[in-house]
Write a protein that binds this ligand. Structure first.
Ligand code: ATP
Length: 461
């Protein structure tokens, strides 16, 4: 990562804290590693991201339905999915500073790729072979413990009343899609869906991530937006290509620029997968996975059929052909989407001798759409008029009332939270019944009649 990019990441993190987007969790207690809280503007941004995703995936599609499955599930699900046996990262500890580090990331730093499917023994062999070249990124020393596989599932003590050590623990879900697979039959039996069709869901997932130092990119508690699309074996790859196209276009529509996006093809596939690509975004620390678009074959429903003893096959109503549906998926984290949107929006501009920091969010994602200012807060007639205008706009848009400090300062604050429009009520308003509307991006100001405001924002927002 170059210093310039490093700098950009620091600036984004600092703006997020200072302006109420993202706070470190439990800060007054010294924090809680790799968990973050979304502040007043962060939650608006998150909600806007979810709304856009849901619209794209469910509202605009006749063939996709929504779901909200629970975080706690029968522990057998995680055995069937392969997570209990195989959902792990290779871990080492720096003997000097005791930082826990991912071996595959350490190897990546020196240009060696470790396949995620390698056994503990294989990983350690590669690690040992390269050990002279590897330094601890935290303290710079060169002494590490032997590697071991570290399971990422987060255990809870729910339901373990028997205290039988053989009884599997109840996990907090490690991904949301398992809730979709196990409801496949319910959806087919209760809603009029026919293959091919998809089930979409947004929800929390939990992973015991070893290294989590990239702000909201990798956290231990996070939210996923996943869509699992069920197809016949014959249609799987055709639908997969369609989904890949749709996902790429979705990110362009979301306002990410094409130069900041690229496909990463997985060269080594897990044994059941037909194809796997990630969409990577150019985060301040470089191109990294934003979303996975994978063709998973019939693995998921086959496993759940086997472990549950329930028949999860599907019968084509036209041909009477019976088969286990194949699945293609789109899976993305909200934190990563929010970080991509923040990265894309962060802009510094020279205005006279000053630098203006402005978050150029697309208007549909901006946490606040309109800020309403009375020019002076100690003039009751202006404050009253400003409240009146605020009340007429708040039904349709997220608005903010601000009467603090001089107008220049208020503009700067709204620029930093990315508010597209500021409306100022001044003394002229009382006589000419017009207000000043200032545009975030051009900084141009125009007088608009108060009676025309609704129409103006109807068109521009
Ligand atoms: P990575 O290789 O970065 O750990 P992954 O390949 O394990 O990610 P998946 O299991 O495919 O990720 O999860 C799907 C999506 O969920 C990812 O593309 C990412 O957007 C999001 N995601 C996964 N793990 C995390 C995390 N710890 N924090 C935030 N988002 C995550």
């Amino acid at each position: 990562m170059t210093d310039k990019n490093n700098d950009k990441m620091e600036k984004i993190v600092s703006l997020c804290k200072r302006r109420g987007f993202v706070y470190p969790s439990s800060e007054i207690y010294g924090g809680f590693q790799a968990v973050y809280d979304y502040g007043p503007y962060g939650v608006e941004l998150e909600n806007a991201v979810k709304k856009e995703w849901w619209k794209e995936m469910v509202q605009l599609r006749e063939d996709i339905v929504g779901l909200d499955s629970a975080i706690f599930m029968n522990p057998k699900i995680w055995e069937a999915s392969g997570h209990v046996a195989g959902f792990s990262d290779p871990l080492t500890e720096c003997k000097s500073c005791h930082a826990r580090l991912r071996i595959d990331h350490l190897l990546e730093e020196i240009g060696v790729t470790a396949d995620e499917k390698m056994t503990e023994e294989e990983i350690n062999k590669v690690f040992d072979k390269n050990i002279d070249k590897i330094v601890c990124p935290i303290c710079g020393k060169k002494s590490f413990t032997k590697g071991k596989k570290f399971n990422l599932l987060v255990k809870s003590n729910l339901g373990n009343i028997t205290e039988d050590p053989k009884e599997p623990p109840v996990y907090l879900r490690g991904e949301t899609c398992q809730g979709i697979y196990v409801n496949f039959k319910n959806v087919v039996d209760s809603v009029r869906v026919k293959l091919p069709f998809g089930i979409a869901q947004i929800g929390k997932a939990f992973r015991n991530e070893i290294t989590a130092r990239q702000f909201i990119f990798r956290t231990r508690e996070f939210e996923q937006m996943e869509m699992q699309y069920f197809t016949s074996p014959d249609d799987e790859m055709k639908e997969y290509e369609e989904l890949r196209k749709a996902r790429w276009n979705y990110y362009l529509k979301l306002g990410l620029s094409e130069k900041n996006l690229k496909w990463h093809k997985h060269e080594k596939l897990v044994f059941y997968a037909k194809a796997a690509y990630d969409i990577e975004y150019n985060f301040p620390f470089g191109f990294s996975e934003l979303e996975g678009v994978h063709a998973r074959g019939d693995y998921d429903l086959t496993q759940h059929s086997k472990f549950s003893g329930k028949d999860l096959s599907y019968t084509n109503p036209k041909t009477n052909e019976k088969f286990i549906p194949h699945i293609i998926e789109s899976s993305v984290g909200i934190g990563r989407t929010v970080l991509a949107v923040l990265t894309e929006a962060y802009t510094e501009e020279k205005v006279g001798d000053e630098t203006r920091v402005v978050m150029k969010f697309p208007k549909n994602l901006a946490p606040v759409k309109i800020a309403v200012f009375p020019l002076l807060k100690n003039k009751p007639e202006l404050v009253e008029k400003a409240h009146e205008i605020f009340d007429t706009l708040k039904e349709d848009y997220m608005c903010e009332f601000d009467d603090n400090g001089n107008i220049g300062k208020r503009y700067r604050r709204q620029d930093e939270i990315g508010t597209p429009y500021c409306v100022t009520i001044d003394f002229d308003t009382l006589s000419d019944k017009a207000v000043t509307v200032r545009d975030r991006d051009t900084m141009k100001q125009e007088r608009i009649k108060t009676t025309d405001l609704k129409e103006f924002f109807g068109k521009s927002l």
